[in-house]
Design a protein around this ligand. Structure first.
Ligand SMILES: Cc1cc2nc3c(=O)[nH]c(=O)nc-3n(C[C@H](O)[C@H](O)[C@H](O)COP(=O)(O)OP(=O)(O)OC[C@H]3O[C@@H](n4cnc5c(N)ncnc54)[C@H](O)[C@@H]3O)c2cc1C
Length: 427
């Protein structure tokens, strides 16, 4: 067992740059390898960074980087399609507001911060294979791992971290039987509205609230500033999934028509926001997905973080924040423990928490796709449940604090899986 000095991080989304900075803080040199030539992944919608995500960023020394590009959301207001207020959830006491941020702006902020902290990012490097080797004291060779990229280049380090998202190549390389993403029964859409798009006389600006509508046939969320700028997203129940490219092939105009129709019976002005959408600003996500459990988080010198290990559907509003938390916790484990103990301890710290949040999001997905009977029950029960429930049952995911300076002690987690050499990627 040995201390780790260098790391390859696959994926320059959210977890990757944070991991590189946190590893640097832990004295481990890390380089991020991103498949694309740019920082954004083409899905340009909004993301909420929850208080626990902000806390984890601060633990990595990245406090304050989201604030300049984020809009604070103090309250989430939920209505049904008839305009009836079902619930309103304020920020949990004592915690900062979550920040709503456009994904490309968040990626840019993370990459700028990573560069500022001296973390290297190489673009256009798509991982296709991993080779691992044990130390051989007889031949006096150290153990290590090599990443092989689609362009034929290679990179070696002590460990490799898979931060390559929900369709992780690293996940299938360390466990060819790893589960694939599961469609949660909803297609995702969104749009950005530029200033002047919407007449604030017709729809009230939302201020620091985010508004959600459980419509008759689909779910809608939006924010609107006083100048008529803002953004919205919609979740449309559909029996079968579509990939993002299949959904994009349908075209923005057609989807906007479908969505107008889906919300036509709701007594809210949401349709106005759809009508005012510039098709060029329309975002087609495709089928929304999660992975309830990933059995193998680490094998030999390779470990997973972020969506690669724990993909929650967007309904949790926690995917990015959990990705940040895992990046920071893994760095703490590697700072204080030899590998592979560090990997087992990291998994022991994280697995229950992330899988519980993935399950919570699944319940929200069912509410969004409710049929006529379930809709009546939901509209009856939600206001009562909100009144009776302990607010902690909603806020516990956000009450997560990482104390960077606290030493990590090894968990009684099971030993690491043996080393394997994997020849090719299924991604
Ligand atoms: C529509 C939508 C809305 C969402 N809303 C929220 C929200 O409000 N709040 C929230 O917290 N979360 C939200 N999420 C979830 C959040 O986006 C993810 O949980 C988060 O992006 C995970 O970060 P990550 O770094 O693990 O993966 P990603 O951000 O997906 O980054 C993975 C990176 O790896 C790269 N990559 C992939 N394969 C390879 C390879 N073979 N070689 C090299 N690089 C590779 C990709 O190009 C990408 O840049 C939402 C997701 C969606 C789809």
């Amino acid at each position: 067992m040995s201390r780790i000095r260098s790391a390859i991080v696959i994926g320059g989304g959210i977890a990757g740059p944070v991991a590189a900075v946190a590893l640097g803080k832990a004295g481990i040199e890390a380089t991020v390898y991103e498949a694309y030539q740019t920082t954004a992944d083409g899905v340009g919608g909004t993301l909420g960074i929850a208080p626990n995500g902000l806390d984890a960023l601060a633990a990595a020394g990245l406090g304050g980087i989201v604030e300049p590009v984020g809009t604070p959301i103090t309250t989430m207001v939920m209505r049904n399609g008839k305009g009836r207020r079902l619930a309103s959830l304020g920020s949990p006491a004592g915690l900062p507001s979550q920040l709503l941020v456009w994904r490309p702006e968040l990626y840019r902020a993370l990459h700028d911060a990573a560069a500022h902290h001296g973390a290297r990012v190489e673009y256009g490097k798509r991982l296709v294979a991993i080779e691992q080797r044990d130390a051989d004291p007889d031949a006096d060779t150290a153990g290590g791992v090599t990443a092989v990229f689609a362009d034929g280049s290679r990179a070696s380090a002590d460990i490799l971290i898979g931060a390559d998202g929900i369709r992780s190549a690293v996940r299938s390389l360390i466990d060819p039987a790893a589960p694939s993403p599961r469609y949660v029964g909803l297609l995702g859409f969104g749009a950005r509205l530029s200033a002047g798009s919407v007449d604030p006389g017709r729809i009230d600006p939302t201020g620091s609230e985010m508004h959600f509508v459980f419509g008759k046939r689909a779910f809608f969320g939006y924010v609107l500033a006083a100048d008529g700028s803002g953004g919205w997203f919609a979740n449309l129940p559909r029996a079968t999934s579509m990939t993002a490219s299949e959904a994009r092939a349908v075209g923005a105009d057609e989807w906007l028509r479908v969505l107008r129709e889906a919300f036509a019976d709701d007594r809210l002005r949401t349709v106005d926001l759809i009508n005012r959408t510039d098709p060029a600003e329309f975002i087609t996500v495709g089928g929304m997905e999660d992975i309830p459990t990933v059995p193998t988080w680490h094998r030999g010198r390779v470990v997973l973080i972020g969506d690669a290990a724990h993909a929650t559907s967007p309904s949790s509003g926690q995917g990015a924040s959990l990705a940040i938390e895992s990046a920071v916790q893994l760095a703490r484990c590697l700072r204080d423990l030899p590998y592979p103990e560090a990997f087992a301890t990291y998994e022991g710290m994280r697995r229950d928490r992330v899988e519980r949040i993935i399950k919570m999001a699944q319940r929200t997905n069912s509410d969004k796709a409710a049929g006529p009977v379930a809709r009546v029950l939901r509209d009856l029960m939600m206001p009562i449940a909100m009144r009776l429930m302990n607010p902690e049952s909603f806020s516990w995911p956000m009450r997560h604090h990482i104390d960077w300076s606290a030493p990590v002690t090894p968990a009684g987690a099971p030993g690491a899986a043996p080393l394997v050499s994997v020849a090719s990627s299924s991604a």
